[in-house]
Design a protein around this ligand. Structure first.
Ligand code: GEK
Length: 241
């Protein structure tokens, strides 16, 4: 795994974070060292796929990056009839994801698409995965995307929504940001890397609170929406149609 050193040296200008080739080439190391609980969320996505997938349906992995969740779900669904449709708008991510898929031996169809998830037709889905991606969609466009997902799900189908989260409480917000930075330091990131990355990503990643996520999901029509995992300021919700 190529180590992430993108923000390791002082940069003259810090530009907005982008999912370009430089990021895609170090992505597995970056996300593992930056997102507390990432490997638990990926592994559990496979467990949920096994339970909620229904025959001849689709599973969507929206903002799939290199396809970590897709490959885990594929393994869980070997031999069944259906398809995983994995979508990302970054050409660099999709190109690399296709190479990783070609090296994977599991037997379940996967289709990678380079597309904007805000403009996607979602249909016949038993499961939709939005792992750490809604946070990059403009807040005013989020309801439309969640509506589209809800419409495309079969009754009893699920949405797995994993996000960086914010806190309303004036004490909790800085505490959890600080705890997240401690997590990154423990994983070998320097103070310079943490602060330069923070400047680069703050304009493009807008976290919301857990009550905001839950209310949106329930208002959309989901019969339940519960947090099944949280580590510091990263959480994952399971919403059932
Ligand atoms: C994982 N789920 O490893 N349309 C399509 N893709 C998008 C859009 C959009 N509008 N906006 C952002 N992306 C993955 C990790 S990373 C999270 C997801 C992170 C894509 C973007 O190109 C990137 O690959 C992904 O969403 C977010 O389980 O890096 O913090």
């Amino acid at each position: 795994m190529k180590p992430d050193a993108i923000y390791a040296t002082p940069l003259d200008e810090i530009v907005d974070f982008e999912f370009d080739d430089k990021v895609a080439s170090v992505f597995p190391d970056m996300i593992k060292r930056s997102v507390p609980g990432y490997s638990t969320v990926i592994a559990t996505t496979g467990v949920l796929a096994k339970r909620y997938f229904s025959a001849n349906s689709y599973i969507y992995d929206l903002g799939c990056s290199l396809g970590a969740a897709t490959l885990t779900m594929r393994k869980a669904l070997q031999g069944q009839q259906g398809k995983i449709i994995a979508v990302d708008n970054s050409a660099a991510m999709i190109e690399r994801a296709k190479v990783l898929l070609a090296q994977d031996l599991a037997d379940f169809p996967v289709e990678f698409q380079q597309a904007d998830i805000s403009r996607l037709e979602i249909k016949n889905a038993s499961m939709v995965v939005l792992n750490y991606t809604l946070q990059f969609i403009q807040p005013e466009q989020r309801q439309k995307l969640i509506d589209n997902i809800y419409q495309g799900l079969r009754p009893g189908g699920i949405l797995v929504l994993s996000e960086k989260i914010a806190f309303e409480d004036a004490h909790k917000q800085p505490l959890f940001i600080d705890l997240h930075h401690s997590f990154k330091k423990a994983n070998g990131y320097s103070d310079l890397e943490i602060s330069q990355k923070r400047q680069a990503i703050d304009n493009v990643l807008t976290p919301e609170t857990i009550p905001q996520h839950r209310e949106r999901l329930i208002q959309t029509g989901f019969s339940s929406a519960d947090v099944w995992f949280q580590c510091f300021n990263f959480a994952s919700l399971l919403a059932v149609k």
